[in-house]
Ligand binder design. Structure first.
Ligand SMILES: [Zn+2]
Ligand SMILES: [Zn+2]
Length: 132
């Protein structure tokens, strides 16, 4: 885990390590409010700056679903591709939101335009909710 900060060329502070630890302990994407709850003490400005620099360094990424609080999830380690194509799945029953890999890359082309990133969001019922 320490390597994540080191590899990303971002200095390790106890606070940054704590925030990263929270991300590592969650399988699903989490909103800022969850991070705030789990930090024993924090300064809101420092937390915002930490989240911002984590996003800039592609340690985490922001997931925006319209009408909802932004959520954040760890990014896949990949130095070569700053953006790893994947899908975000949101369960309408338990509300979890998570990143999942695609079985095949999706390519879309727009004449004369350059697509740098494709946000793919899927909504439905997760496997846990599907059983019960
Ligand atoms: Zn569910
Ligand atoms: Zn994601």
């Amino acid at each position: 885990m320490k390597n994540t900060l080191k590899n990303k060329d971002i200095s390790q502070t106890p606070f940054r390590r704590d925030v990263l630890k929270i991300f590592n302990s969650h399988k699903n994407a989490i909103p800022l409010s969850v991070i705030e709850q789990e930090l024993s003490s924090y300064n809101r400005v420092t937390l915002y700056r930490t989240i911002k620099s984590f996003i800039e360094k592609n340690i985490i990424h922001e997931i925006v679903i319209s009408g909802e609080e932004s959520k954040y999830a760890l990014s896949k380690e990949n130095k070569d591709t700053p953006y790893q194509q994947h899908i975000h799945f949101k369960c309408r029953s338990c509300n979890i939101l998570f990143c999942s890999e695609l079985d095949k890359a999706i390519t879309i082309s727009l004449e004369k335009h350059k697509i740098e990133r494709l946000d793919i969001q899927a909504f439905g019922i997760c496997n846990k909710c599907n059983i019960s």
